[in-house]
Write a protein that binds this ligand. Sequence first.
Ligand code: FAD
Length: 616
Amino acid sequence: MGITSSKTTVDEPELYATPLPSGAPNDKPQADWKSYDYVVVGGGTAGCVLASRLSEDPDVSVLILEAGPSHEGQLMSRMPLGFSKLLQGDCDWDYETTSQPNLEGRSLSWARGKMLGGTSGLNALVYHRSSPDDFDNWVRRGGEGWGYEAMRRYFDKSERVVSDPQAPIDTSHHGLSGLWKVRSFPITTISTRFIEAAERVGIPRKTDFTTSEGTIGAGPCMTFIDEKGERSSAASAYLPPSVLRRPNLTVAVRAMVEQILFTPVADGAPPRAAGVRLAARRSGPHFGVAAKREVVLCAGAIASPQLLMVSGIGPAEHLRKHRIEVVRDAPDVGQHLSEHVNSGSMIYRAKLGMTLDALNRPLNAISALVRWLITGGGPMSVPPTEAAIFVRSDDESLPYAPKGRAPTQTVSRSSGPGAPDLEIVFCPMTIIRINTGFLVPPSDVEGVTIGAILLHPESNGSITLQSPSIWDKPLIDAQYLASENDVKVLLKGMRLTLRLAKTEPLASCFQPIARAKEGVDHYWASNVDPDTVTDEELEKLLRRNAQSAWHPTCTVRMGTDPATSAVDPELRVHGVQGLRVVDASVFPAQVSGHTCAVVIALAERAADLITGKVTV
Ligand SMILES: Cc1cc2nc3c(=O)[nH]c(=O)nc-3n(C[C@H](O)[C@H](O)[C@H](O)COP(=O)(O)OP(=O)(O)OC[C@H]3O[C@@H](n4cnc5c(N)ncnc54)[C@H](O)[C@@H]3O)c2cc1C
């Protein structure tokens, strides 16, 4: 009893932690508590990598504490095209932003994985390393030692790439012997036509976004799907049964860490993190575990700053407002939230038979599901985003304006000359409500969804506390589109999208539709003429439709100066002993693409920093 069906994860805290007497103060770890060398808080993307690597040393004991359930048995997580079914379900934290003044007061839904593997178990499966310039920019922003050459080693170390014979890539740009299964895959004809249309308007064609030439161009996406056609999440890749059975590794699920605990130290010495308090339910009972070496916080860009703050590390005034005892005044914790913003779905009605919307017909869906269950192949074994374009908004050769007009003047905030600041994603299916599970269109129509994503927003927001309890969700204020330049750059992305849709060989895949009322018909983009639509019309649509692109970062950012950062380049919390943060929150600056591969490489390097295999 108490051990889940896999017999390799534990869900009863009595088995791995020490019960705490109710009513007594339990804010200091005691000598008789159960203890581990490393206590990893959050078994998500980074947490799985870290726990796996740290427990390679049999003389070191490691405990992972994950708030959600095991990833095993999560069918919609394992099946690549099932991912939208996870949104707002049991394995999603299902956060919401505060009302965003520049998006007509809308609050946006923010998914985050709540299971072993974290968001790598619920995300859209696009493999992308972002741009080499991003990491050299990290160094300029105080991320000493985190330049591209250092990160490239860990990107390579993490991946085991497979080149699909029907979509060949040059594997010399990739790692071949890592734990994370990454592959190329054949894309649908309509996605290929999107790439060809991009080439026609002057965007270089690529077979792989991971080459020494950088990431700018148009091409097919790569994905993290294994040889069985299943998602390769950080949990399935880094915690296979052979790792879960290690005697020195304990993997606890349904364990909500409520607070990091500190031991008293001599006057003037930095506080030492020495354990955590946890519970399976808000009402308790509560448990404690001690960390002999370090507590490593891997709770992600929203929960890591929240957990630091409820534990007394954060902006002192904000903590006092919530009657939290200040362990360390850390003004940067929760600040600098940087999030990619998506223009929102631009949906085009496609000719029947060209898209994955055919799966909305029940018989097709059942046969595709059976095919996937038996063979691991077929349409259920592909990610929803098949192709993408990465471009710079200051590239004067691209059609960012109506014919005969000059493009709007904007400032590119990209991380370097080879890095993009706009991405256009292409999904061969209709995605009507992108952030809250995909609303299924009528079975007799098909469509594709294109969206423009702003990669280096000037606008940045914050994570703050709603209450001193970890059980209450924090306040997420992304400050979307607070910068006028952000709006103008995103409008350029929308204009490029409109132009591509009118360019062959893509244009002839679409069906004209009768003019529908603006804002009501989801296929409005099909009716828009790129040469006559005004910026005002596009801006109105942008503010009404913009969505999260699911890449929040920088809320516990690293740097050398404690006045402007929260952790040092070894990811140790400034001014605190025994406490590191390893996840998307420590990015010194936003990256030019999808964040999952970056988090995995970052965690790989963090493991080497912790074990002393590398130094900054
Ligand atoms: C819907 C969606 C689609 C995405 N698509 C892509 C994509 O296609 N490609 C890509 O590269 N990136 C994508 N991303 C982003 C990427 O997946 C994330 O940036 C990355 O996985 C974050 O990793 P992390 O380790 O920082 O956090 P997470 O993976 O979120 O891990 C945090 C873990 O901590 C746990 N936790 C939190 N609080 C506590 C607590 N108090 N106690 C115990 N455990 C706790 C959580 O349950 C979670 O398991 C997507 C994200 C989303 C939401």
